[in-house]
Design a binder for this molecule. Sequence first.
Ligand code: TRP
Length: 520
Amino acid sequence: MSNGSSQVASADRGAWKSKLGFILAASGSAIGLGNIVFFASNAYQYGGGAFYLPYFVALFVIGIPVMIMEFSLGTMTGQSFPMALNRLVGKKGEVMGWFTMASALFITMYYITILGWALSMMFGAMGGLLTDPAVAPFTPFETPSGGPSATAYFFGLIATWKPMLAVVTIWVLTVLILWRGTSTIEAAVRVFVPLMWVFMIVLIVRGLTLDGGTDGVLYLFTPNLDGVSDINVWQGAFAQMFFSLSLGLGTMTAYASYLPKDADQINNSLLVSFLNCGFEYIAGVAIFAMLFVFALNPAGSTLSLSFFVIPQGIAAFPVGVKLFGTLFFFLVVIAGLTSAVSLVEGFAASIIDKLQISRTTALTMVLVPGIVGSLAFALPQIIDPGLSGNGTLGLTLLDILDHWAFRYALIFSGFMQCILIGWVFGADRLRQAANKYSKFHLGPWFNWLIKLVIPIMLGYVLVGTLIEDLTQDGGLYGSLYDLNAFEWLPTVIPLVWFVGSIALAVYLTFGRPTEQAPVA
Ligand code: TRP
């Protein structure tokens, strides 16, 4: 390939104006619902301090090395995820890449629905959501009997068409931010990313200055080894780490492909990981402080902590209820928006690189199915009149798809990348490429991490999860819900996800020519 043409091509694809722009964009991608909504509920579910060890193992042994790999794929090839794998290991890499991107699209759909709900709750917080004061005092960690209104408000809200409007709004904002690629993304993250740090700091100061707020922090920060022997805790920690660091769905490779070839990806990975996990712990502190002060019960679905429990706590603030309530949901919205942007960019960049289409065409090709999918997850039709957390059709679809896509896609992709890059391309070539422009040099241990340690850990968790899912009493996940006329959903949803992803992968890899000169 002539250097001249490759430079023109890469300039056309986009390029970050500065390293800061890239770090803001990549950390904006990493920091999202995962850090605020999912981390706190996982940390609680897996026992606070007991989550520590699996979490840090997941960060240092898996998260950072996989991020170095995903970033390097981008700078080594100047391509987004499937085409980067194609260049390095051929069609078998590409097909895996598209399978991953299909899952990314499914996850983007419901990610944006959740953001739509958060936006609706933000408007709710300005109005009636928090004005009914929470009924205190509660017994610590018991479900309060005289329930305050946040839970009822949320279920009432998602049983209306209103969140659909919010979902469309989030999609429009996402596409606008992606309109001109890196230049518009960079402009947006320069505002949103610093803003979310400021808001988070305001919330943590508020949480800690509440009487008794530090108890929650102790719960979160007192290490305890109870979880070490429980595979579910490890599974939870690995899935949380992949999701939180935006790994396993091609996002980081797309973002890194807009960097110059000589970017220091080891340094970038450390920076982005620490920013992300720092934010996550700060968010955990703010949230756990509130849980303890107001003796709130975070049990229930993943969403309940942020959508019901936190508002309930904020409603019991002595002053500034509407202000803090609005601020909290605004924080969730902007943090999630910069992540949704990256998820969509990962897919859009992939089809731009593959099909050599314009950005406008690519964005349209994502927007149309994307918005339809997101609206499906917002369907307000009530199928379980008991409203037992899965009352609406949309939330039921979301819950079942999330179970499969979230628990398998990311970790499977991480596993396959390690196999393909570690064994087919060669872990040592990856290590050399990363070391070439880095001050800090990875030793040969890195090869074994990629070739053996990470695939064994991820493979163990994948197989364990699969066995658990297939041997579960009562059939596939969700079969025990009271779904009335929709009992077929627990079977059909995983099939649509799995078969749909394979079909897309095979079609794009083998059915469409690669409109591009291969690297000589
Ligand atoms: N990391 C984001 C969060 O914590 C979500 C996200 C964006 C993501 N891009 C991703 C997750 C790619 C997995 C893969 O909310």
